[in-house]
Design a protein around this ligand. Structure first.
Ligand SMILES: NC(=O)c1ccc[n+]([C@@H]2O[C@H](COP(=O)([O-])OP(=O)(O)OC[C@H]3O[C@@H](n4cnc5c(N)ncnc54)[C@H](OP(=O)(O)O)[C@@H]3O)[C@@H](O)[C@H]2O)c1
Length: 381
């Protein structure tokens, strides 16, 4: 496999990316535009109410970010026209059929042109309200694969999932797709439609009691955790992401499907420059509290008692399944891909997949932590 063949594959392709204001999708979009500027078109789905707000979000929350500095420098004053030629911002919501896109002509164009769908949109809050997480992570996947099935020449659908759909598994964790209705507890049965009905019922109960928004949020959060735990998942996020996987696997028909399951994504290693990250997320909460001096040591053993302020306790509790995770992810598929590009210098450099090639201490101390301080803890860049 030559670098040229990867780039050749992308040449003249049209890709729909959901979750384009998000951290991961932005890095993906930057890489595509930098490595293959001859992409035909990128449809970027952004939550917005109208064309004005979608354009505002596109320019401020995507291309206005420092992440695109190398691109801006390369194109100079032509950057705007390059973007106008290659990028179409689409106002949409993954929780709705056809992403809630109202413009029928636009839908027809998208169905005609799209070659690849990268479905990255999600709510990544571990304790999200059950109704919101179901609509976004499970029904979002449903709506995205449905849209893919209507595309005239789709080549593949990429579902961005999470490695932690495995719950709190121990030992080696194989890369197996979920079967519809599969749970992590042999004693439970999962029916996604029933979960949706339960959500509806709970919401109408709360409405009939005239519950205020704060109460509804708190109860729906708790309800998600209860349902997730019942089926063996530690939180609503991974439960609804697992159901999202079930849905796309079950509905894909003839569409080639890739499910990618990242563990924890942190700052850029080297491209487009080292250390770029957005917001404080996942394990970085702990690092940030350490930088601030709120914690001076890190709890890694359940037998140790931690004397922590309540916000930290909540964070520690939420991340407990990950801090004490004892599973080992099987990475045969990634390894196969790595072997396929081994020795092809240009591909290995541009699409490096080998975690062993990273000096992790050097990366954390000299790249990630400074990046975190510079990009996540300063006013938004
Ligand atoms: N970050 C990690 O460490 C990590 C690890 C494993 C897996 N993942 C997966 O990677 C993907 C991207 O994660 P991320 O870290 O980039 O998340 P993120 O920064 O929180 O971005 C999430 C994106 O999804 C969009 N979104 C949420 N609800 C939506 C809706 N109803 N309709 C349309 N768009 C919606 C958000 O739009 P708004 O801006 O409008 O909110 C945002 O653009 C997710 O699928 C996540 O599960 C992430």
């Amino acid at each position: 496999m030559e670098l040229e063949s990867v780039l050749h594959f992308l040449e003249n392709k049209t890709i729909l990316v959901t979750g384009a204001t998000g951290f991961l999708a932005k890095v993906f979009v930057e890489k595509i535009l930098r490595c293959q500027p001859n992409i035909k078109k990128l449809y970027l789905l952004l939550r917005a109410t109208d064309t004005e707000s979608v354009s505002h979000r596109l320019h401020h929350e995507v291309f206005g970010k420092k992440l695109f500095k190398i691109q801006r420098d390369k194109w100079g004053e032509k950057f705007s026209s390059f973007l106008s030629e290659k990028v179409v911002a689409v106002a949409g919501d993954v929780s709705l059929h056809n992403f809630g896109i109202k413009d029928q002509i636009l839908i027809e164009e998208m169905l005609e042109e799209i070659d690849i769908i990268v479905h990255s949109a999600a709510t990544t809050r571990l304790d999200e309200r059950f109704d919101v997480a179901m609509d976004t992570n499970t029904m979002g996947a449903y709506n995205a694969i449905n849209f893919a099935k209507m595309c005239h020449k789709i080549e593949f659908f990429l579902q961005v999932s999470t490695a932690y759909v495995c719950g709190e598994a121990k030992g080696q964790i194989p890369e197996k797709p979920f079967l519809m209705g599969q749970t992590l507890k042999s004693s439970s049965e999962l029916d996604i439609n029933l979960e949706k009905q339960l959500i509806k019922k709970k919401l109408s109960e709360l409405q009939s009691q005239n519950a205020n928004q704060e109460t509804i949020t708190s109860i729906m959060k708790e309800f998600g955790t209860i349902r997730a735990n019942l089926h063996g998942w530690p939180n609503t996020y991974v439960f609804t992401k697992a159901m999202g996987e079930m849905v796309v696997t079950n509905m894909k028909g003839n569409i080639p499907l890739i499910i990618t399951r990242p563990t924890v994504i942190i700052g850029t290693l080297s491209e487009p420059f080292p250390g770029w990250i957005e917001d404080v997320r996942t394990i970085d909460y702990v690092f940030v509290e350490y930088f601030k001096g709120a914690i001076t040591s890190f709890v890694g053993n359940p037998k140790i008692t931690a004397d922590l302020g309540s916000r930290l306790k909540r964070i520690m509790n939420m991340y407990r399944p990950y801090l004490h995770f004892e599973g080992i992810f099987d990475d045969k598929n990634t390894e196969k891909l790595r072997m396929a590009i081994k020795g092809v210098g240009s591909v290995e450099r541009k699409f490096n997949l080998d975690p062993k090639s990273i000096d992790w201490k050097e990366y954390l101390v000299n790249v990630h932590f400074p990046g975190l301080l510079k990009y996540s803890m300063q006013p938004k860049m």
